[in-house]
Design a protein around this ligand. Structure first.
Ligand code: ZN
Length: 239
């Protein structure tokens, strides 16, 4: 039996889509002006004004130094500066709480285009999103860092592994906790399963880097894997 869409003339579908665009225009996450054809998530003006960090993996940057004396991360960098009540906050809010997971792949791809030019990352073989506890992922419906990882991995032409690193402890939100408490709260939350990461250079991906406690906890689980090297990319850097 032919599907419904083959029974409806294509011009009707186009007309319907156009009406839909008028009724529900896609708007820019930065300034809420309607997006033009060819624009996605951000309008061209907001894209140009986006607070990129311009950090790269080839030289020391302010994200690298967070981990000095803590864990031997190969290289680390963040893509944009996170500022409260700014455009990045709107985007992250949409990505985390409003079922806008496509924002993650959009920025992942943008981030990936920058990362793939970095010679220090040419040996990366797999991208690993910082996992949510399965209970939390079920509640949210998705892991936002997984969608960022997907965008990055597609551009870098490497695999995404969302099974080997697992979050095994479920805790509520920790945004109100102090730096010390946050560290205690995530310290033993992660475990590695299986041996597929043995000897690999992995790129660990998260949405926001604040104190570095989550990345440090992930590293402490990953270091049990023989011969592993870990680099880190986060979408935003909280200041
Ligand atoms: Zn805009």
């Amino acid at each position: 039996m032919p599907s419904l869409t083959t029974l409806i003339p294509k011009k009707w579908i186009t007309l319907f889509n156009n009406i839909n665009n008028v009724l529900l225009p896609r708007v820019c996450f930065g300034c809420t002006t309607p997006l033009s054809r060819g624009e996605d998530v951000l309008c061209t003006v907001c894209r140009h004004e986006f607070p990129l960090t311009h950090y790269n993996f080839s030289e020391e940057n302010a994200v690298d130094t967070i981990f000095y004396g803590r864990v031997p991360i190969q290289k680390a960098a963040s893509f944009v500066f996170f500022t409260k009540r700014g455009i990045v906050q709107n985007l992250l809010h949409g990505l985390k709480y409003k079922n806008q997971e496509h924002i993650g792949s959009f920025f992942g791809a943008w981030c990936g285009a920058i990362l793939e030019n970095d010679i220090g990352l040419h040996t990366v073989e797999v991208v690993i999103p910082v996992p949510l506890h399965p209970k939390k992922e079920k509640k949210r419906g998705y892991n936002q860092s997984y969608h960022i990882a997907l965008g990055i991995a597609e551009v870098m032409n490497v695999a995404v592994d969302k099974r080997s690193l697992r979050r095994v402890v479920y805790k509520g939100s920790q945004t109100q906790l102090s730096r010390e408490k946050r560290w205690e709260n995530v310290a033993d939350n992660f475990k590695v399963k299986g041996a597929s990461l043995t000897g690999k250079h992995v790129l660990l991906v998260d949405d926001v880097l604040t104190t570095g406690a989550t990345i440090e906890a992930c590293y402490n689980a990953l270091k049990e894997v023989e011969g592993i090297r870990v680099s880190v990319a986060t979408l935003a850097r909280a200041q």
